[in-house]
Design a protein around this ligand. Structure first.
Ligand SMILES: NC(=O)c1ccc[n+]([C@@H]2O[C@H](COP(=O)([O-])OP(=O)(O)OC[C@H]3O[C@@H](n4cnc5c(N)ncnc54)[C@H](OP(=O)(O)O)[C@@H]3O)[C@@H](O)[C@H]2O)c1
Length: 250
């Protein structure tokens, strides 16, 4: 399996769970040291993992990175695209470069990686899974760029299905997940301004957050299946509210 966006959060957890289940996994993202740490952690648990650092906004690097992963793995049974960024910015203030960056990582990079992997996936009967977001159903002020990119990602998945019908393209729509670096880039000032808005409108705090292990387990389980799965929704439940406070109570 190749997991893109595996240096932290959901992608890193999917890679860990795939390796725990006996799969050989290549972890990709930009941060080489974070990838090396994740690979070490998997190997320490007895799993089989390798790192392949690349930036998904560079088409040539996507091609090289996927080719190198395929060579390392000797084929490709599954691709997970978990790379994603979420700038926190109100629509009225969003700059052209913020738009370009969010679309480059969340949508266009997903297509570059798919283009590089799809022939091998088709040959090997592999599945491609894309981490989508519940924000396509319910967005929030300040995450409009992100939510728009995830709607576009849904369109991208359907476009690939139409052109390569022999590969299973799956959208894993994900709800609020804790234990990731999703909001790490949000500045304190903008976070304060936007969360005030969310609270005023009764949108925050979110009812529940799901632990990243639950999200990783659900995505890894889809990878284990053959056959067509168009869409899965992975959502926090009430019991996750306590789990996010005390993981031992899961
Ligand atoms: N957390 C949630 O509540 C939530 C909810 C719904 C959906 N999701 C989705 O889940 C996915 C994973 O997010 P997360 O919450 O786990 O956040 P995260 O910890 O920030 O993970 C994002 C991953 O994307 C990688 N990435 C970002 N830009 C990249 C680039 N240019 N090239 C290659 N890799 C890049 C990051 O690695 P580098 O920085 O090392 O490149 C990192 O591995 C995203 O698609 C996100 O939209 C998250």
């Amino acid at each position: 399996m190749l997991v893109v966006g595996a240096s932290s959060g959901v992608g890193r957890e999917v890679a860990r769970q795939v390796a725990r289940a006996g799969g050989h996994v290549v972890l990709a993202a930009r941060r080489a040291q974070a990838l090396a740490d994740a690979v070490d952690a998997i190997r320490t648990e007895g799993g089989k993992a390798d790192a392949e650092p690349f930036d998904v906004t560079d088409q040539a690097r996507c091609q090289q990175g996927v080719a190198s992963a395929v060579a390392t793995l000797g084929g490709l049974d599954g691709l997970v695209y978990a790379a994603g960024i979420s700038p926190l910015v109100m629509m009225q203030r969003a700059s052209h470069s913020e738009w370009q960056q969010v679309l480059a990582v969340n949508v266009i990079g997903a297509s570059h990686v798919t283009a590089a992997a799809v022939e091998t996936l088709e040959h090997d009967g592999g599945r491609a899974v894309y981490v989508g977001s519940y924000s396509v159903r319910q967005s929030l002020p300040g995450i409009g760029l992100y939510a728009t990119s995830k709607v576009a990602l849904d369109g991208l998945i359907e476009a690939w299905r139409m052109e390569v019908p022999n590969v299973d393209f799956t959208r894993a729509l994900l709800g609020n997940t804790s234990g990731t670096e999703f909001a790490n880039g949000w500045g304190a000032e903008e976070t304060g301004r936007v969360t005030k808005l969310w609270i005023e409108r009764g949108l925050f705090p979110a009812a529940t957050m799901m632990p990243v292990e639950a999200a990783g387990e659900a995505i890894a389980s889809v990878l284990a299946l053959r056959g067509y799965i168009d869409d899965i929704a992975i959502m926090p439940r009430q019991r996750d509210a306590s789990a996010s406070v005390d993981p031992k109570r899961r």
